[in-house]
Design a protein around this ligand. Structure first.
Ligand code: A3P
Length: 336
């Protein structure tokens, strides 16, 4: 399963750290990583050095605007899909020909929406204008994997909107497992899956604790539903029309009756951004992102309960048990 031509983006490696971050890293809890050499515990979450640097610089320098839209996900929870959907949604007046001339037909969604930690890893002091303008015309649209506790103050303090999408932990873990084995170098992948599931459940797997990430945004969405829109990958899969329309209402760009019924825009956007449509485009089959990662790495099965071909029943039960314990009393639970 391991790819000897590993092409994990350089920003997940250990290189390119500024002196300031290197100094800081010496005071943080550190552990051997999976997919990366080491992870560091920062504000409760285990991050590779580059995401740590991106997060800290973003916290210092990012100035959110009231009209910004921020998509937040855990890795492998539908980021690519939601980037496409929200990009198409908020730019639908600019790009209405979803069949012939839409940017999503020729660009991978990650090329159209900037990843904040990646940008601030590359540009420690701030966001260059061209990065902002590549995002979209009037509404700036970014994504991040940051935990709620780590969001820059200007995101929490402004009226910008946050869309949070999470995915059931078994599928998210399995998707990450395959992503790592496709892209990372062999020496970082020696951990057997049983051990990886154990670390995931303990919260010390890369990016974890998974459930703290989910609960941070779940609680924020309960307290302030006008600020944080919470949706699951499974809900989007099962009822994409309903949730795309809810998202449009939340973002203040509701579909008109004419757009929905006469122009069929809701269905057009869903079709354009579907797994079948995006994964078959040349740019997503054979393309590469500027960071070197092959675009086809973001499209694997795109299914609910795809974990069944990778996890044994007992590993799945271990994740289910942990999920039940962690989410107990929160009012939120995963459907599967
Ligand atoms: P699988 O590995 O289970 O197939 P991310 O974009 O956060 O990295 O998540 C990647 C996961 O989303 C992969 O899951 C991928 O196949 C799936 N995915 C990508 N595009 C999708 C789409 N348009 N619709 C549904 N799932 C999609």
């Amino acid at each position: 399963m391991t790819n000897s031509n590993a092409s994990l983006p350089v920003y997940l490696g250990d290189e390119g750290m500024t002196e300031e971050i290197k100094d800081m890293m010496t005071s943080l809890p550190r552990q051997k990583g999976w997919m990366v050499n080491h992870t560091y515990q920062f504000q409760g979450f285990w991050l590779p050095p580059s995401l740590l640097q991106g997060t800290i610089n973003c916290q210092k320098h990012f100035q959110a605007q009231d009209s910004d839209v921020i998509l937040v996900t855990n890795p492998k929870s539908g980021t690519t899909w939601l980037k496409a959907l929200i990009f198409a949604l908020i730019n639908r007046n600019k790009f209405h020909d979803c069949q012939h001339q839409h940017p999503l037909l020729t660009h991978n969604p990650h090329s159209l929406v900037s990843f904040l930690e990646g940008v601030y890893y590359n540009y420690p002091h701030g966001l260059p204008d061209d990065v902002v303008s590549s995002s979209s015309s009037c509404t700036r649209f970014f994504n991040t994997h940051m935990a709620h506790v780590s969001l820059p103050d200007s995101i929490k303090g402004s009226s910008c909107k946050i869309v949070y999408c999470c995915r059931n932990p078994k599928d998210m873990f399995v998707s990450l497992w395959h992503f790592g084995h496709k892209l990372a170098s062999q020496e970082t992948l020696v951990c057997p899956i049983e051990e990886a599931v154990k670390l995931f459940c303990e919260g010390s797997f890369i990016g974890g604790p998974f459930w703290d990430h989910v609960l941070g945004y779940w609680e924020a969405s309960q307290k302030n539903p006008d600020k944080v829109f919470f949706v699951t990958y499974e809900e989007m899969k099962e009822r994409p029309r309903t949730h795309l329309k809810r998202m449009a209402d939340f973002l203040g760009c509701s579909f008109t009756k004419e757009e929905e019924e006469e122009k069929g825009m809701v269905d057009e956007i869903i079709r354009l951004c579907s797994f079948e449509s995006l994964s078959n485009l040349e740019v997503n089959r054979k393309g590469k992102l500027p960071n070197g990662i092959e675009t086809n790495a973001f499209f694997r099965k795109g299914q609910i309960e795809g974990w069944r071909d990778t996890l044994t029943d007992s590993l799945a039960e271990e994740i289910d048990r942990t999920s039940e314990q962690k989410l107990h009393g929160s009012g939120f639970k995963f459907q599967c």
